[in-house]
Design a protein around this ligand. Structure first.
Ligand SMILES: [Cu+2]
Length: 104
């Protein structure tokens, strides 16, 4: 690999880190707020829990698979988005909760 290509790849990686956005997703009254967001690879979802009981968030999408486990009230959990995809994120404790994330 030439040095120019190496430099260019490093530059792209650096740009992605600089442009990464933290997207806050609250969980309140058994609802993800907001209920749908647009994001890009490298962005971070910051899950908050404003309810007085535990929540969860998980994704079965093969490119962005995660399960944050038992999330206690007022606990923050961070998930970095790995690949372009349309995600349906659900709470294992409350099956009616749904968060749609479109990752570009
Ligand atoms: Cu929940």
């Amino acid at each position: 690999m030439t040095n120019l290509i190496k430099f260019f790849i490093s530059f792209l990686i650096a740009c992605n880190v600089v442009n990464a956005t933290d997207i806050i997703i609250d969980q309140k009254n058994k609802t993800f707020l907001p209920g749908s967001v647009n994001a890009k690879v490298g962005d971070r979802l910051i899950f908050k829990n404003s309810d007085g009981f535990a929540h969860n968030a998980y994704s079965d999408n093969e490119k962005n698979e995660f399960d944050i486990g038992m999330q206690r009230p007022n606990q923050d959990v961070i998930v970095e988005l790995q690949a372009p995809a349309s995600l349906d994120i659900e709470c294992a404790i409350h099956p009616n909760m749904l968060l749609k994330v479109k990752v570009k």
